[in-house]
Ligand binder design. Sequence first.
Ligand code: HEC
Length: 101
Amino acid sequence: MKYSLLLLLFCSCTYNELEPDCNTEQIFTDSVSPIIENNCTSCHSQSGGVPPMLETYEEVVYAVDNFYLNQQVSNKLMPPVNNTPLTNSEIMIISNWINCE
Ligand code: HEC
């Protein structure tokens, strides 16, 4: 299990070097992280107290893999009603990043 995770990380790094357009950590920092900070971490942070935590790259990747983050965003389930919804272009940025491999 640990080994296959390492292998996966290694493969995606190698792949990223070949595909500079798809450097997922860079895209996260430049484009995705500001959207999450503005719309999600009021709740999904240590201070907000609602799991899953979404304060770091690793936490967001974990939520993508284990908490259906992409579906939550694409189906407009998150942010919850009574909060400012994401714009379509923000949703696109997040799902393009998640689908980027
Ligand atoms: C106002 C507080 C609030 C905000 C803002 C918010 N969430 Fe949530 N989120 C919740 C609560 C409460 C739950 C758990 C209950 C539920 O699923 O409705 C949840 C659950 C989730 C889950 C887990 C779903 C599952 O299947 O377990 C994900 C992923 C998620 N949110 C992502 C996001 C993302 C991404 C954003 C920003 C675009 C966001 N949330 C903004 C309150 C919030």
